[in-house]
Design a protein around this ligand. Structure first.
Ligand SMILES: Cc1cc2nc3c(=O)[nH]c(=O)nc-3n(C[C@H](O)[C@H](O)[C@H](O)COP(=O)(O)OP(=O)(O)OC[C@H]3O[C@@H](n4cnc5c(N)ncnc54)[C@H](O)[C@@H]3O)c2cc1C
Length: 307
């Protein structure tokens, strides 16, 4: 119930200023977001690298409202790629197609993405296309598979809660695409997605096995100890070398696990979001864990009494 409500509110623009203006929610958000500027995010990349954890940078933003905003997002990514290169840092970037204009005009979105893929190729930076709500799945996969023919240094994301993902994974394996597997973070209807955790987890395990068997350097993106234990047991039982896949986790979540897996010799990558457009991302993280919500609400009420 709470998860559904928070995911519903994550798309409501009117709520955004109410949440983001409170100093407490800002400071709590910094647990999950590496600040609003590329300077703080790039510092996080360097700090994680010292602990043996690699990075992918996400310049927050999604569902832009006009073509100019989409173009600005692409330019911000180009500047980010320039900075990664100039500082000699190693990091992937992750982006969302609705941030590049997918909902406005597919040609605009494609042109923005191509500009980013060109610059990323020049610098040898890998680009991951995040997966958004199911209304975007088909168009995202289509644009990805089409552009991947020319730009090999990119990958996509699939979500284990969607029924369609078993077939999508087979199709992506068939073309040798690099896939990040996650559970899925959006509000989805019963006719498209598993609704209970047991089913989502069972699907996650099946897809992990398929990707570990036949995928190209899959990314197992989860903080769930049961999913991680399952992947570890599977690679051990099937003699899959540790350099054939990586674990991925989100910035600020289970840092202990990120570091301990890296220390054990697993490839681990942290997804580092940053930027001013943090409201929807923050709400999705609250939705995943009721304890986060209770903590925020208690403190907002305290601050509300003071403001
Ligand atoms: C690297 C990465 C990239 C992702 N990219 C996408 C994407 O492109 N599209 C998409 O739909 N989703 C994406 N997600 C989000 C994903 O779909 C899940 O919503 C999220 O990872 C929570 O699921 P879980 O696998 O950690 O398992 P869960 O069963 O949700 O959580 C397992 C445990 O992890 C910890 N945990 C999980 N979430 C939180 C939190 N917010 N705060 C504190 N602790 C937490 C808790 O200990 C919890 O018990 C991504 C996740 C990761 C790690």
């Amino acid at each position: 119930m709470i998860r559904r409500l928070l995911l519903f509110l994550s798309n409501r623009r009117w709520l955004r200023p109410l949440i983001t203006r409170y100093p407490f929610s800002r400071s709590f958000a910094w647990r999950f977001i590496a600040g609003e500027t590329s300077d703080t995010a790039l510092a996080a990349v360097a700090a994680l690298r010292r602990k043996g954890v690699a990075s992918t940078l996400d310049l927050l933003g999604e569902s832009v409202s006009d073509e100019r905003a989409a173009r600005r997002s692409a330019e911000d990514y180009l500047a980010l790629l320039d900075e990664i290169h100039a500082r000699g840092l190693e990091s992937h970037v992750s982006l969302k197609l609705t941030q590049m204009g997918l909902d406005l005009d597919e040609a605009v979105c494609r042109a923005n993405l191509v500009a980013i893929l060109e610059r990323a190729r020049e610098y040898g930076v890998f680009v991951r296309i995040d997966m958004e709500g199911s209304a975007h799945t088909q168009r995202t996969l289509y644009m990805f598979t089409d552009l991947r023919r020319e730009y090999e240094g990119c990958g996509v994301v699939v979500q284990s809660y969607l029924y369609r993902t078993a077939q999508d994974v087979e199709d992506l394996i068939a073309v040798g695409a690099r896939v990040r597997l996650c559970k899925g973070a959006y509000l989805e209807p019963e006719d498209r997605a598993y609704q209970n955790k047991g089913d989502v987890d069972a699907s996650y395990k099946r897809l992990t096995e398929r990707l570990l068997d036949d995928g190209v350097y899959p990314a197992i993106a989860t903080h769930d100890p049961a999913m991680i234990a399952h992947a570890r047991a599977y690679v051990q039982a099937h003699d899959i070398p540790l350099d054939r896949f990586e674990f991925q986790m989100l910035y600020g979540i289970r840092r202990d696990l990120q570091e301990s897996l890296a220390a054990e010799g697993y490839n681990v990558r942290c997804y580092i979001p940053f930027g001013a457009e943090w409201y929807p991302y923050f709400m999705r993280r609250l939705a995943e864990r009721p304890a986060n919500l209770m903590f925020v609400l208690r403190n907002l009420m305290r601050e509300g009494r003071r403001i």
